[in-house]
Ligand binder design. Structure first.
Ligand SMILES: *Cc1c(COP(=O)(O)O)cnc(C)c1O
Length: 232
């Protein structure tokens, strides 16, 4: 059985190979370790290997882990799950990032509820790029309007875009979808100087995502192993 340490080494070398293949610089791509459903002991193992950025999908589980690791100020916590308006306060008060903004109401609440003692919450707009079965995310035609509304909110800072494409195993088909995200990202960057983050790429499509400009890949299974949802 692979350990988390071995898995992290493998994932990092896989990422580095993908970066080299398309002529980008290693500094341009951050590895987000998706630790949802995994115990704090697994996160501790990853921290011991130098991992500092973690992604969580469930608000209370994420807050519990953030509190558990509160004395480690080097850690950066990303909320990457669907967010309902009755849970925004916990995200605003505890996380550093939220990737799943797809309506003004949620952004407004996060901005209002962000404690003034903390820097603005970093946010990404979630784009529904290909998954017709998912209700999360806006279409690309809605992007300019929502970005304009979000960019003026004082408690949050718009940093870029996020997508969860429909599962697809063919590399060229993955690229065809992810390249649309890259184009939208570059257009947004021309309008807003703070935009620097394109969150896409999971265990099965990270090579294509890196070729298409991803700056942050979200990897769970390849680091921590298969998830057990029995208690969810
Ligand atoms: C669970 C999850 C991941 C990690 O997926 P893996 O296939 O385990 O790498 C990445 N992004 C989001 C939004 C997720 O919910």
């Amino acid at each position: 059985m692979n350990t988390i340490k071995q898995n992290l080494v493998n994932v990092r070398s896989h990422i580095d190979a993908a970066i080299q293949k398309c002529g980008r610089s290693p500094k341009e791509v951050t590895l987000l370790a998706v630790s949802k459903t995994k115990p704090t002991s697994a996160i501790e193992e990853a921290i011991a290997c130098g991992q500092t950025e973690f992604g969580e999908n469930y608000v209370q589980e994420g807050v519990d882990k953030i509190n558990y690791f509160a004395n480690n100020s080097t850690l950066i916590w990303h909320f990457i799950g669907p967010l309902q308006s009755n849970k925004t306060r916990l995200v605003a008060e505890h996380f550093h990032w939220c990737h799943t903004i797809d309506r003004l109401k949620i952004a407004q609440r996060l901005s209002d509820q962000r404690p003034s003692s903390l820097p603005p919450l970093n946010v990404l707009i979630q784009i529904n790029i290909s998954d017709e079965n998912s209700k999360s995310g806006i279409t690309l035609t809605e992007l300019d309007g929502l970005a304009a509304q979000i960019s003026i909110l004082p408690g949050i800072k718009l940093r870029g875009l996020m997508a969860i494409p429909a599962p697809e195993s063919d590399y060229n088909k993955q690229v065809a979808v992810l390249e649309q995200m890259n184009i939208a990202f570059k257009q947004l960057q021309m309008q807003y100087p703070n935009i620097d983050t394109l969150s896409m790429g999971m265990t099965d499509d990270m090579e294509a995502a890196i070729a298409c400009g991803s700056t942050l890949v979200r990897i769970g299974t390849a680091i921590f192993g298969a998830r057990d949802y029995a208690n969810k």
